[in-house]
Design a protein around this ligand. Structure first.
Ligand code: FDA
Length: 401
C-alpha cells in the first residue's frame, strides 16, 4: 500500500554523480525529492575516480568532446551548466582543486570531498535518501509513477533515471536504466565498453608482453570521417595489450575488427630522420632508435622488423630504413578485443537521445520521465568530461522537473 507520506514531486533512481546532483538542485528549488539507490555506499564511482582525486570536470568541455549518435544533443545542457558553474559550487564548499593536464581539474585532497559536497547539497534540499533499497518494479499510476522497493512503495509525479552505465559491475553497475527505458518504449543505442584497455591474442602479443610497463608519448588514430578519433597522449604496454590515456581515448572510437594506427614518433618524419642519421653516424641501429624510443622497445622493434639491432646504421640499405621509418610513424595494430566492462571507465551507447528533450532530458513520449548521466547515449572523452555531462544533464532535469 502507498503511504500518503511516500508521495513525492520527484523520485531519482541512482545516487551517483548525476542522481545526487539532480536531487540536491531540485530539492533546493522547492521540490519534495526522494533519492533511491540499491548500494549502501553512495557515489562509489566518484570515490574511485581520478586515482582517488576525482577529475571532476574539464575547463575545455564542449560538444566536440562527446560521442553520441546525436552529436548536438549535449549542446544545450553543457551550455547552461558549465565547468565554471561547478567550480562556483566547489568554492561555496571550500574544496581546493588544481589543473593537471589539458584542462583536467582534480581535487587537491580527495574524491570524498565531492561526495560530501553532493550529500550536503541533498541535505540542503531536504532530499529523502533511501540507500540499500532494491527497486522491484516501476509503473504508471494515473499521472504518477509508482515504485515498488524493498523499503516500501513510493509515488512520485516525476521520475529521474540516473543509474549510470555498465562499467565496474562489482561496485553496483546494472542495466536497470536500459530496462526501464525499454519498458517505457524508449530505444537503446547498442552499448559497449569504452575508455578501456585493448587486448591482443596472446601469441601475437608475446613479443611485446615482456615490455609491459613501458610508456611513451604517441599519436593514435582510428576510423574515418565522422567516426575518426585521433589523440596524442601516453601509450602504455601491458601484459595483455595496450592501455594508458592514448588507448583509453581511442577505444571509444575503435570498432572491433578494425585497425588503430600508432605513430611512435609523432614529432618526426622517421624516414627522414633515419636516413639523416645514416649519413651522420656510425652507430648501431638499436642505439640510434633508443634516442627516441625506450631501449627495450627499440630492440623488440628491430626483432619484429627482422633487422639485427646491432647492425651498423651505415650498412643498412635505404630501402630497409625507409620501411622501418614508415612503420615507426604508422604502426598498424588490430586489437582482438577489450578488457570489457570490468575495466572500462564508461559505457558507450545507451538511451537514444532522439527521444529526449535536449533542454530538459525528459522523454517526449513519457511526460515526467527523465534520463540523465551515463545511462544516456552521450559519452565523454577521458579527462573530466563524463562528470561534466553528469552535472550538466542533472541540472537540466532538476530545473525542469
Ligand atoms: P554513476 O555510475 O555515477 O551512478 C549510478 C548510480 O546508480 C550508482 O550509485 C548505482 O549504485 C545506482 N544504480 C545502478 N543500478 C541500480 C539499480 N538497479 N537500482 C538502484 N540503483 C542503481 N569520469 C570523469 O569525468 N572523470 C574521472 O576522473 C573519471 N574516473 C573514472 C574512474 C573509473 C574507475 C570509472 C569506472 C569511471 C570514471 N569516470 C570518470 C566516469 C564517471 O565515473 C561516470 O561517467 C559517472 O559516474 C556517471 O555518473 P552517473 O551518475 O550517470 O552514474
Amino acid at each position: 500500500m502507498v503511504n500518503r507520506m511516500s508521495r513525492y514531486d520527484l523520485a531519482v533512481i541512482g545516487a551517483g554523480a548525476a542522481g545526487m546532483m539532480c536531487a540536491g538542485v531540485a530539492g533546493q528549488l522547492g521540490s519534495r525529492v526522494l533519492l533511491l539507490d540499491h548500494a549502501t555506499r553512495l557515489g562509489e564511482k566518484i570515490r574511485i575516480s581520478g586515482g582517488g582525486r576525482c577529475n571532476f570536470t574539464n575547463l575545455h568541455a564542449s560538444p566536440a568532446n562527446f560521442l553520441s549518435q546525436n552529436p548536438h544533443f549535449c549542446r544545450s545542457a553543457l551550455a547552461r551548466y558549465t565547468p565554471q558553474d561547478f567550480l562556483d559550487l566547489l568554492r561555496r564548499h571550500g574544496i581546493a582543486w588544481h589543473e593537471k593536464h589539458k584542462g583536467q581539474l582534480f581535487c587537491n585532497d580527495s574524491a570524498e570531498d565531492i561526495i560530501a559536497m553532493l550529500r550536503a547539497e541533498c541535505a540542503a534540499g531536504d532530499v529523502a535518501l533511501r540507500s540499500g533499497c532494491t527497486i522491484q518494479a516501476v509503473r504508471r499510476a494515473g499521472d504518477d509513477f509508482e515504485i515498488d522497493t524493498t523499503q516500501g512503495v513510493f509515488r512520485s509525479r516525476q521520475l529521474v533515471v540516473a543509474t549510470g552505465g555498465l562499467s565496474i559491475p562489482k561496485i553496483g553497475a546494472t542495466d536497470f536504466g536500459y530496462r526501464l527505458a525499454r519498458q517505457f518504449g524508449l530505444h537503446i543505442i547498442e552499448t559497449r565498453p569504452a575508455l578501456v584497455p585493448l587486448t591482443f591474442p596472446a601469441e601475437a602479443w608475446a613479443p611485446f608482453a615482456q615490455l609491459s610497463g613501458i610508456a611513451l608519448d604517441c599519436q593514435l588514430s582510428t576510423g574515418a570521417g565522422k567516426g575518426k578519433g585521433s589523440f596524442r597522449e601516453d601509450l602504455l604496454l601491458t601484459h595483455r595489450g595496450l592501455s594508458g590515456p592514448a588507448i583509453l581515448q581511442i577505444s571509444s572510437y575503435w570498432q572491433p575488427g578494425t585497425a588503430i594506427a600508432v605513430d611512435l614518433l609523432p614529432d618526426d618524419d622517421a624516414v627522414e630522420w633515419l636516413l639523416g642519421e645514416k649519413q651522420a653516424t656510425r652507430r648501431h641501429l638499436n642505439n640510434v632508435l633508443a634516442q627516441r624510443l625506450p631501449a627495450r622497445l627499440a630492440d623488440a622493434w628491430c626483432a619484429m622488423e627482422g633487422v639485427s639491432p646491432t647492425a651498423p646504421l651505415g650498412e643498412l640499405p635505404d630501402k630497409a630504413l625507409r620501411r622501418l621509418g614508415e612503420r615507426l610513424n604508422r604502426w598498424e595494430l588490430r586489437p582482438s578485443g577489450s578488457e570489457g566492462y570490468r575495466k572500462a571507465e564508461v559505457t558507450l551507447g545507451g538511451v537514444d537521445t532522439r527521444a529526449l528533450s535536449s533542454a530538459t532530458m525528459m522523454a517526449e513520449s513519457v511526460p515526467g520521465l527523465y534520463m540523465i548521466g551515463e545511462v544516456v547515449d552521450v559519452t565523454g572523452w577521458l579527462g573530466g568530461y563524463n562528470f561534466q555531462w553528469a552535472w550538466a544533464s542533472a541540472v537540466a532535469a532538476a530545473r525542469a522537473a
